[in-house]
Design a protein around this ligand. Structure first.
Ligand code: HEM
Ligand SMILES: [Fe+2]
Length: 758
């Protein structure tokens, strides 16, 4: 007992120290982020852009789709270019030509090697020189560079307008014509792109060869190559990972000798479970889960198809009503929403089950939350869609439309409502779980951990309210990753482990006493790496070297437990044979096994593949990231969501209506489909792009020449078989669930004790 208390204290200490450090690093990012000048001037005094235009430009960019169309500093979506890398390359090529004509009176391509070297050197000098004066808050560039900037600005102003000359390029980028209708806004957008590119290549004050974004993106023309610290900390991160894995294997084998397996009870402990009215009210949540999943898959197929056909779907001009911005936003947003809905429902389902009583008015609360969620999902989706189609402007986009930030796109009003909804969910859970924790004779630690992780999931949603319309982009990214990263690599992991352990302990398949301690230890390990690991998203977003160092080392620790959870999955699987009755729970358990396997493969391996700074330097913004994103987000949390849903449905519906064969098909089709999608299409296309990025630069890996190369198009088509297998798996799940719901409900489970399929 005493030692259990001690490890809870360790957990509190780890969290307190890690969050203190994360906040401190946030302050560092704020201080070292690239400044926004009040004026950008040419040497002869002409004003190119104002600070007001740069800030306005950021808003315009976000309102026109932002991270849902291309990326800035590598964050966003991958068919259109990285705008900062694209601007940087265009400006460098244009300026080099002007320099060549000025110095040698001839075009660069006609010069001999020696003269080229001189021009190239001058170009580096011009582009890396930091002409920003902090006192006057003015950035001065040479007249020649000012001309180059003007020319590149013209290109973007045309691109975002309606000029048919650039229509084919727009199609390559999966953009629609006229996405920024107002000319002044288009100028502001160009100002923002200029500033975002300037920050990537100009030297930090007092330093040489080190830009605000730690020299990201790779662009040999302006000597943007990895910094020394980048290489050193990458090596450190690999060593740390090996050390961590060694320690973990040692610890694990030492512990395994002492751990005796639980003896499975003779009968299913949940056999005579009678769902309370509020538990039964969670059933409707699951129909929404399946509906959102199906829409997400449909939107994913359309989004992927736009990578070959620009604005059409097999000849139908679909983009007129459903442009890429909208399909991709819905795809990513619904992914988060259906998984969240499955978990919310599971939380509401298990709370009275654990407490052993139904809190007063609980059903009313569960129903009210359901309808509130429907309003939020439908409202935010429709407003985002409408705002994008009708170009309703920056205020609309920020407040009720599409904020243009990946995974956190819904307008601010919807975010606030969702936050209130999450708090209400916590309240509903707390009413049952807090008495349950108080009364628990055993299993208190597990229930407490499920509740604490759920509380953190809800409370940390508040970090998506931290930025305003004009917050510096570096700080928007800082807070956005507080949400996305701390959720998926922190509290979700804890929730997943705790809820699975809780279910197994309820089924009598693991020993409560050892599970209580193990869960706190595992949480310490997850959060020790996970909280500061947030910084691996911020290596190149205007932060200084410290972020690379801390991010690389701590995120490497995250992979350590993941290397082992695959093994835990295997141990989980063995439990299916623990007693004959367990076979009735076979498919929920197998989905939990899948969680373990994809944690190792999708999160651990594919995550670490892009994680060392030297790796992410070349591949940030390439298809390597969605390869990891799909395998980890669906593989781990999607599978968990389905496993939890099946666990709940088991208690809510008739056993006789269960079709094990449909579930078997669902399980295998989803897993095989996901593996095909990731390993036959997305990952190879990421590796192909990585090659281009290392040899020529990031701009090239994201240019139409590579993105629309025959190999890449072939790889998009290679996605189709995997997508189909996957989609059929989801349809089997839908049919399975429909059969359950249509079958008459008794409200009482009728599990087969013989253990064989009924
Ligand atoms: C189940 C756990 C995880 C989930 C669900 C997950 C999910 C995601 C998602 C959705 C993205 C963004 C993809 C995009 O923007 O297209 C991402 C990016 C990334 N993840 Fe993970 N991830 C997990 C674990 C990990 C782990 C363990 C590591 C390595 C230690 C890792 C490293 C990264 C990196 C380096 C990026 C790219 C960062 C950037 O571009 O800023 N992830 N992950
Ligand atoms: Fe992360």
């Amino acid at each position: 007992m005493k030692s259990t208390k001690r490890i809870w204290q360790w957990l509190a200490l780890v969290c307190a120290l890690s969050f203190a450090a994360l906040l401190y690093m946030g302050r560092e990012i704020w201080l070292s982020a690239p400044p926004i000048p009040d004026r950008v001037e040419s040497a002869s005094g002409a004003t190119l852009f104002t600070g007001e235009e740069i800030r306005r430009g950021q808003e315009v960019w976000l309102a026109a789709g932002g991270q849902q169309i291309g990326t800035v500093w590598g964050h966003g979506s991958y068919v259109a270019p990285d705008w900062s890398a694209d601007w940087l390359h265009r400006e460098a090529v244009d300026l080099r030509e002007r320099l060549s004509r000025q110095l040698a009176n001839n075009g660069f391509d006609s010069l001999d090697a020696d003269r080229r070297a001189v021009v190239a050197r001058r170009l580096v000098g011009e582009m890396r020189h930091n002409g920003y004066n902090a006192e006057t808050r003015t950035l001065v560039v040479s007249d020649l560079r000012a001309d180059a900037i003007g020319a590149v600005a013209g290109h973007y102003m045309t691109l975002y307008g309606t000029d048919p000359a650039l229509q084919s390029l727009r199609e390559d980028y999966a953009m629609t014509a006229g996405s920024v209708p107002d000319a002044a806004d288009r100028r502001a957008l160009a100002a923002f792109y200029f500033w975002s590119a300037w920050a990537t290549s100009t030297d930090r004050p007092g330093e040489t060869g080190h830009s605000y974004t730690n020299n990201w993106p790779h662009e040999p023309m302006v000597e943007n190559t990895p910094t020394t610290a980048n290489g050193m900390w990458s090596i450190a991160s690999v060593i740390v990972l090996l050390a961590g894995v060694a320690a973990m294997v040692w610890f694990h084998s030492a512990r395994a000798e002492h751990d005796e397996a639980a003896r499975a009870p003779d009968r299913d402990p949940l056999f005579s479970l009678t769902p309370t009215p509020s538990m039964r009210a969670t059933l409707k949540y699951f129909s929404i889960v399946i509906a959102l999943l199906l829409v997400q898959i449909g939107m994913g197929a359309i989004t992927a198809h736009y990578a070959v056909e620009g604005g059409g779907f097999f000849g139908i001009p679909l983009a007129e009503v459903l442009p890429f911005v909208v399909s991709r936003t819905i795809h990513t947003q619904f992914g988060v929403l259906w998984i969240a809905t499955a978990w919310l429902a599971t939380g509401l389902y298990i709370a009275p089950l654990l407490a052993g009583f139904e809190p007063k008015w609980q059903k009313l609360g569960v129903d009210a939350l359901f309808w509130a969620l429907i309003v939020i999902v439908a409202g935010s989706t429709l407003c985002g869609w409408l705002g994008s189609l009708q170009h309703k402007g920056t205020d609309f986009a920020f407040w009720i439309g599409n904020q243009g930030l990946a995974y956190t796109s819904m307008g601010r009003v919807w975010q606030i409502l969702l936050f209130i909804g999450l708090m209400f969910w916590l309240f509903l859970m707390a009413r049952a779980l807090i008495p349950a924790i108080r009364a628990a004779r055993e299993g208190r630690g597990l229930i407490a951990m499920v509740f604490l992780s759920a509380a953190c999931i809800g409370l940390f949603y508040a970090s998506s309210l931290a930025w305003g319309q004009r917050t510096h982009y570096s700080m928007i990214e800082y807070w956005r990753w507080w949400l996305v990263h701390l959720w998926v690599e922190g509290f979700f992991e804890v929730f997943a482990t705790a809820v699975i352990a809780l279910i197994f302990s309820r089924l009598g398949l693991i020993r409560m006493a050892s599970a209580n301690r193990a869960i706190v230890l595992e949480t310490i390990v997850f959060l020790a790496g996970g909280i500061l690991g947030t910084l691996h998203h911020l290596y190149f977003t205007g932060a200084s070297t410290g972020v690379i160092a801390v991010g690389a080392v701590f995120s490497a620790f995250e992979v350590v437990p993941l290397a082992l959870v695959g093994l835990e999955g295997w141990q989980t699987y063995k439990r299916v044979d623990a007693a004959p009755w367990v076979a009735a729970w076979r498919w929920p358990i197998l989905f939990f096994v899948a969680v373990g396997v994809w944690n190792t493969v999708g999160a651990g391996l594919l995550g670490f593949a892009i994680n060392p700074p030297i790796s992410l330097y070349y591949v940030q913004g390439l298809n390597m990231t969605p390869a990891h994103g799909h395998a980890a987000l669906f593989g781990v949390y999607g599978m968990l969501g389905i496993g939890l849903m099946l666990f709940c449905l088991r208690g809510l519906t008739e056993r006789a209506a269960w079709s094990d064969s449909l579930l078997k098909a669902t399980f295998w089709l989803l897993n095989i489909g996901l593996a095909m999608m990731v390993f036959l299409s997305i990952l190879p296309s990421g590796i192909y792009q990585a090659w281009a990025s290392v040899t020529q630069g990031l701009w090239y890996a994201r240019s139409p020449e590579i993105v629309h190369a025959p190999v890449m198009h072939a790889l998009v088509w290679a996605r189709v078989p995997g997508d189909i297998v996957f989609a059929v798996g989801a349809l089997c799940l839908a049919v399975f669930a429909a059969k359950l719901v249509i079958a008459p409900r008794t409200g009482k489970t009728a599990l087969s004790t013989s253990g064989k399929r009924a």
